[in-house]
Design a protein around this ligand. Sequence first.
Ligand SMILES: *Cc1c(COP(=O)(O)O)cnc(C)c1O
Length: 228
Amino acid sequence: MNNIAEQLNLAYQNLTEKWQALPEAKIKPQLLAVSKTKPVSAVVAAYQAGQRQFAENYPQELAEKAAQLSSYADIIWHFIGPLQSNKTRLVAETAHWVHSIDRLKIAERLAAQRPAALGPLKVLLQVNISNEPSKAGIAAADMLQLAAGVSSLPQLQLKGLMAIPAPGMSEPAFAAMAQLSQTLQQHYPQADELSMGMSDDWPLALRYGATMIRLGTAIFGARDYHKE
Ligand SMILES: *Cc1c(COP(=O)(O)O)cnc(C)c1O
């Protein structure tokens, strides 16, 4: 078995063990394999080990990988990175999910550019839950306003929330996200997804009701940005 397959199996084992050990029953989260900066061959290795959900941060990289892997028709692509207006088309045409919606303008562009044949794009609102200056995401107080705008766009489906806590702040951030998710679901019952937890803090995210955890390093190893 190759290393990626081993790491992936280990991640699923850990997830199952920690999930079964939770003090109260929760939905078992989906595990997204974050393949940013990793070659197509790494995605294929994970695919052959059974992984189907992959997440990317850069529009160009997502579009290139999706094109190269178009014969793997059951891959589900999640876009989780910052999104500028001039890159929305790449994402609208390739992603199944976008986790990083934090402006209505970006949502409107995605909606306008979404090919009808692909069906609605599933989206999450990104919340700047640790209130970090100059970080992506809306303020918690603005959630319902953006949710109303997004849910008026028929080419998008509002599915829930996403957050990236500040370093060392995961627990209060996940607790706050769990509350916000409840508030959102009171208005939009179908928006019950909560994307939170990365290689370092996913067990904590699990305790606070994450439905999608995003693992890069734990599956593919450390990223080398110098090779880009
Ligand atoms: C890179 C990235 C991840 C994966 O991080 P790891 O620490 O490698 O697991 C998850 N979510 C987002 C938004 C990322 O940018």
